[in-house]
Design a protein around this ligand. Structure first.
Ligand code: SAM
Length: 230
């Protein structure tokens, strides 16, 4: 499958994965309280890392999905959040959640295409969160996104990146040594810590690398990079 077909399949996949049913919406509304917004984060460690972005003027949530990170940033007082995703359903779900938590006026949501990032002006953001996006795309696409992040961020701006855990191709066979496809959909770009560092380091200083787990996982193996723009 070429990159264009992979990206088209991904949009269809994420549209169906991120769509909220009426039952989902009813549940979110029924359980909403003023301070349970943190429950949307896939990990407390990842949510806490967002605190690095609270003093920014303009923060970007790239590949926001249901915009859980934007919700937390807005609730915790970030000045301006822009949340973008290629999935129309993702943005619809984000709108519903932000409306429910009364912060839709604080987050600017947009459905984008893959060319959006390179059209943004240099230095237009001073903080960025990108959770679980670079690791579900073809390597050449992720590499270009990293370069574009460098270009749109001001010098010394912080970039918080959440990534899946590493799957060793010696342990589990991977397509081209790095990809997992499920039902024809690219679900994982598996790179080691050093491989990710190698992609970031020409453009970003590594502030720290930590590990986190999703609910139900016993071992913290997912990667959390906090990076400073060069
Ligand atoms: C695994 S989800 C992560 C969503 C969210 N950031 C989170 O942490 O829950 C991957 C997201 O990346 C989005 N995405 C895929 N390709 C993208 C691209 N080229 N540009 C922006 N977003 C993209 C998908 O639509 C989906 O919402």
């Amino acid at each position: 499958m070429n990159s264009k077909e992979t990206l088209k399949t991904l949009i269809e996949f994420w549209d169906s994965a991120l769509k909220l049913s009426q039952d989902d919406k009813d549940d979110i509304k029924a359980s909403m309280t003023n301070d349970n917004y943190l429950d949307f984060a896939p990990s407390k460690k990842l949510a806490d890392a967002l605190d690095n972005l609270l003093t920014t003027n303009k923060v970007l949530d790239y590949g926001c999905g249901n915009a859980w990170a934007s919700l937390i940033l807005a609730k915790k007082g970030a000045k301006y959040v822009k949340a973008v995703d290629t999935s129309k359903e993702g943005i619809e779900s984000a709108k519903f959640i932000l409306d429910t938590y009364n912060v839709s006026n604080k987050v600017d949501l947009e459905v984008i295409d893959e060319s959006w990032l390179e059209k943004q002006a240099p230095n237009s953001y001073d903080g960025l969160i990108c959770s679980n996006v670079l690791d579900v795309l073809p390597l050449d696409v992720s590499k270009q996104i990293i370069v574009n992040f460098h270009n749109i961020l001001s010098k010394d701006a912080l970039l918080v990146v959440g990534l899946n855990f590493y799957t060793d191709p010696k342990v589990k066979p991977l397509e081209e040594g790095k990809y997992i496809y499920l039902d024809g959909v690219l679900r994982l770009l598996s790179l080691s810590d050093d491989e990710w560092k190698g992609l970031f380091e020409p453009y970003f200083e590594i502030v720290y690398l930590d590990y986190f787990a999703w609910p139900g996982e016993n071992i913290e193996r997912r990667r959390l990079f906090v990076l400073k723009n060069k």
